[in-house]
Design a protein around this ligand. Structure first.
Ligand code: ADP
Ligand code: MG
Length: 142
């Protein structure tokens, strides 16, 4: 499925819908360049799960846990990961199997660790279509 948005609010809304429909154990992977809207989407997803705490992009933390929603959200941002072994140290696999909803920004950087069954989200810009234009592709694989 491909959706086009023209504002952060629209992208956030796509995230809200994904959060409302999310099921225990679901893994979302987000790929796309810096500033495409992965965190904006994540903020919507958290809202859709009923999480009221503000969601940010942690600079020096790989995982951020949000409880208090319909399901816990495990938000990974692996942009700054140096070595893939760091994921093991933070308990990546444990989180995936914990019955919550997991979401990985920059998932392409840890491709070999991703579960085969996941919801892949790709966000792309197209400057010819405007500064705020984003093409969002959502695909269930595995
Ligand atoms: P990422 O996590 O992918 O690095 P962010 O979500 O932190 O990106 O930032 C996306 C930036 O792009 C925000 O400043 C947001 O306001 C802006 N933006 C402009 N148009 C859109 C859009 N259509 N969808 C999402 N974000 C948008
Ligand atoms: Mg981000």
């Amino acid at each position: 499925m491909t959706i086009e948005t023209n504002s952060p609010q629209e992208t956030r809304r796509i995230g809200v819908e994904a959060g409302k429909a999310a099921h225990p154990g679901q893994v979302f992977t987000l790929s796309g360049d810096l500033g495409t809207g992965k965190t904006v989407f994540t903020q919507g997803l958290a809202e859709g799960l009923g999480i009221e705490e503000p969601v940010s992009s942690p600079t020096f933390t790989i995982v951020q846990v949000y409880e208090g929603g319909r399901l816990p959200l495990y938000h990974f941002d692996v942009y700054r990961i140096g070595d893939i072994e760091e994921m093991e140290e933070v308990g990546f696999e444990y989180y995936l199997e914990n019955g919550g909803v997991s979401l990985v920004e920059w998932a392409n950087l840890i491709e070999e660790l991703l579960p085969p069954k996941r919801t892949e989200i790709t966000i792309e810009k197209d400057l010819q279509k405007g500064f705020d234009y984003r093409r969002i592709t959502i695909e269930d694989v595995g």
